[in-house]
Write a protein that binds this ligand. Structure first.
Ligand code: CA
Length: 273
């Protein structure tokens, strides 16, 4: 069972948070967690709390950041496994089969973008949340285009990270077998999470699938970028419209001539036959 990894195989795991570690620079202060600002203060993870929501794999080479991510995700009920370099991260994603990956872009041996590309090319659609530098728009867009599901820019609140992971995974907790949706030549089956065009399967990432499902759930209805962010990603944040645009472009490219998504200038998107 992968849950044994959650707290290093022990019931309690202690993380030191020295104030010289750079954590204060990388993370905004968190009101609900005053311990985070404490100097050399030690926090305990209770292994029992980490069971039940599945394993999240963190690939992050800065130990102080990885420790905070591990702490918050563990407290939110996820099992957590951390890898410090890219090649080991890719190997662990393939062997441990996590429910989601929190993927730093700048990593030793293999960067986060290359990891995402390798996974998607091999048909692995594990949800990926990229962690990028604030001013690196190129990495953000490239990451999404290669099949990333969402991104966070440093510095970010650890609570925001938990919200993003929940947002991505919440969609998979829906009703088990809703009715397939049909629009033109496209059939989208929410139960099997499959899309076909004229009978031929088309491979989608989890986020692309949910975006198309949302649009196809109400043909002709116009959804704003904010509505789509809220419904599909589980959050609305400043600048998130770009995330929607990049994913819409990916969905359109995959559907080719069968694409039903139309841009409604100044408003958002709609799907219609
Ligand atoms: Ca890094």
């Amino acid at each position: 069972m992968s849950f044994a990894l959650a707290a290093g195989g022990d019931d309690t795991d202690t993380i030191a948070m020295p104030c010289s570690s750079g954590v204060s620079k990388m993370f905004e202060p968190c009101k609900g967690h005053p311990n985070l600002t404490g100097c050399e203060r030690r926090m305990h993870l209770n292994g029992a709390m980490t069971e039940g929501r599945g394993l999240v794999l963190i690939v992050e080479d800065e130990p102080a950041i990885a420790d905070v991510q591990r702490l918050y995700l563990s407290e939110a009920g996820y099992g957590v496994h951390v890898e410090r370099d890219g090649a080991a991260g890719l190997a662990s994603i393939r062997s441990l089969r996590p429910v989601a990956v929190v993927l730093d872009v700048g990593l030793p041996t293999m960067d986060g973008i290359a990891i995402c590309r390798a996974l998607r090319e091999s048909g692995d659609w594990t949800p990926i949340i990229f962690v990028t530098a604030r001013d690196d728009e190129v990495d953000r867009v490239l990451g999404l285009e290669l099949g990333g599901d969402d991104y966070l820019t440093k510095p970010f609140s650890p609570r925001e990270l938990v919200a993003r992971v929940r947002g991505i995974l919440r969609r998979q907790d829906g009703p088990p077998t809703p009715t397939p949706l049909t629009l033109g030549l496209i059939v989208l089956d929410p139960g099997r999470r499959r899309v076909s065009v004229d009978g031929a399967d088309v491979a989608f990432t989890s986020t692309e699938f949910d975006l198309l499902a949302k649009l196809m759930s109400a043909p002709g209805q116009v959804f704003s970028r904010e509505q789509l962010l809220s419904s599909v990603w589980g959050h609305v944040d400043y600048g998130g419209g770009r995330t929607v645009d990049v994913h819409v472009a990916q969905v359109r490219a995959k559907l080719g001539e069968a694409n039903p998504i139309r841009t409604v200038r100044g408003v958002g998107y709609t799907a219609e036959s």
